[in-house]
Ligand binder design. Structure first.
Ligand code: SF4
Ligand code: SF4
Length: 435
């Protein structure tokens, strides 16, 4: 793609990087059919190629982003399906970051939209704030859920209070520890489904890992990045880097992450800080240690099943596996979780359109409900098209979003792997032995 940046503009390393990415696009359009928003409405402005043009014009002109460019960039899920499909290797994710940061800096969105984004950015990444907000909303839900528009919808989405979170500490490995791993506790997941961390710790300790949940690490920065708040995203990442580097000094074989979106973000820290001399090395070290939990389970081998009598996996228990975009496109390990599930004794039901995002995408479902709901409906129809006992995925966002419309229980892959190797039956699953 031809670009027209001035030499002064190109002196800015971020513009120079955007220019390099833009020039790598050959307009072929092979990304279009993979893009969920284009699949929904067939409008090229809601396709990767359309968004690339919007970003190019916005960065080249240096003028305020047009309402149209803001609208179509905001509709992007950041799923990276287009990046995977692109034959020219266009780094769409990095370009999107640049575009979103430019839109966020200009603040041209309507007031309500700005307030909602600000609220999400100041609450979601902070577990204590989110807990407090959930408590308030639960108290006021009879009134709040009747409000029209997004506020009412958001109030209806607040889940019931969870059991106690994992908390910091060093659980004991079974036998002599073979690895010492750090577990990312993150932010939203511990409030929505703390059972995922519980299952992760049990499974990892059963595999001989000493699991450390370092105090002070928190949100990976993905939520802020999705909202276009690039500086805040880096601030979260720096906090984690400082905290993890201290823990790594005491010994660490892997940083284990059980949320696909967070894993993608942490693995990207090296690229994010490549121009930052103070954090470049730390980021590269952390990124090299980051693993999705399915990767370390694969490396250590599933432990033999030790399911108590009467609680064995029912034969033929079938899982409809939804491959989260963070694993499928971000980390390119989407095939690993279903393989582990099969090894653990589950059957896998293949979904139609397995490559299509479910519409969750971090705060996207709150910001773009029409697209998010259209994609969820599509995914739910695919789930209804198979015979399965449970839906499993590797990302809290997908899990929570799909569970709001699915007739089947939706669980994290790690909850099933934990169950198959001696852990408790995940909540919501009913088996024949339950009567
Ligand atoms: S990231 Fe996903 S939604 Fe955004 S342009 Fe690419 S394929 Fe489309
Ligand atoms: S597939 Fe790649 S090169 Fe082709 S239009 Fe899309 S981004 Fe550009």
């Amino acid at each position: 793609m031809r670009t027209d940046f001035t030499l002064v503009q190109l002196a800015d390393p971020e513009v120079a990087e955007a220019n390099r990415i833009l020039r790598s696009c050959i307009h072929c359009g092979m990304c279009l059919a993979t893009c969920p928003t284009y699949v929904v409405n067939g409008d090229e402005r809601d396709s990767p190629r359309g968004r690339i043009y919007f970003i190019k014009n916005m960065l080249e002109s240096g003028a305020a982003p047009s309402p149209s460019s803001v609208r179509h960039l905001d509709r992007c899920l950041g799923c990276l399906a287009c990046e995977t499909a692109c034959p020219a290797g266009v780094d769409y994710g990095r370009l999107l970051e640049r575009g979103r940061a430019r839109v966020a800096a200009d603040q041209r969105r309507p007031l309500v939209e700005r307030l909602l984004r600000r609220l999400l950015g100041r609450v979601l990444p902070y577990p204590a704030r989110l807990r407090a907000l959930f408590r308030l909303v639960r108290l006021g839900r009879p009134v709040l859920a009747r409000l029209p528009g997004r506020l009412g919808r958001a109030a209806a989405l607040v889940p019931p209070p969870p059991a106690s979170p994992v908390g910091a500490g060093v659980p004991r490995a079974e036998g002599t520890p073979v690895r010492r791993v750090l577990l990312l506790e993150g932010c939203v997941q511990q409030n929505l489904r703390p059972a995922i961390h519980g299952a992760s710790v049990r499974l990892l300790t059963r595999l001989g890992c000493e699991v450390v949940v370092p105090e002070g690490a928190g949100c990976c920065g993905a939520i802020s990045q999705h909202l276009g708040e690039a500086d805040r995203a880096k601030a979260f990442a720096r906090k984690n880097l400082d905290c993890w580097m201290a823990a790594i000094e005491e010994g660490c074989d892997a940083i284990v992450i059980n949320a696909a979106g967070c894993g993608t973000m942490v693995k990207d820290y090296a690229a994010l800080f490549q121009d930052d001399p103070a954090y470049r090395e730390k980021a590269a070290r952390v990124a090299s240690l980051a693993q999705d939990i399915s990767e370390i389970v694969e490396a250590l081998g599933m432990p033999p099943g030790r399911v108590p009598p009467g609680k064995a996996l029912p034969s033929g228990f079938t899982v409809a596996y939804q491959s989260a975009c963070g694993l499928h496109y971000g980390q390119k390990i989407g095939g690993l979780p279903p393989m582990l599930l099969e090894r653990a004794g589950f059957q896998i039901a293949a979904l139609a359109e397995p490559e299509l995002c479910c519409g969750s995408a971090g705060p996207y479902s709150l910001l773009q409900p029409a697209f998010a709901e259209a994609l969820r409906e599509r995914k739910l129809r695919a789930i209804e098209g198979v015979t399965a006992d449970v839906v499993a995925t590797g990302n809290i966002g997908c899990l929570d979003w799909l569970s709001r419309g699915s007739a089947l229980p939706v669980v994290h892959v790690v909850e099933l792997l934990d169950w198959a190797s001696g852990g408790p039956q995940p909540a919501g699953i009913r088996t024949l032995s339950d009567g």
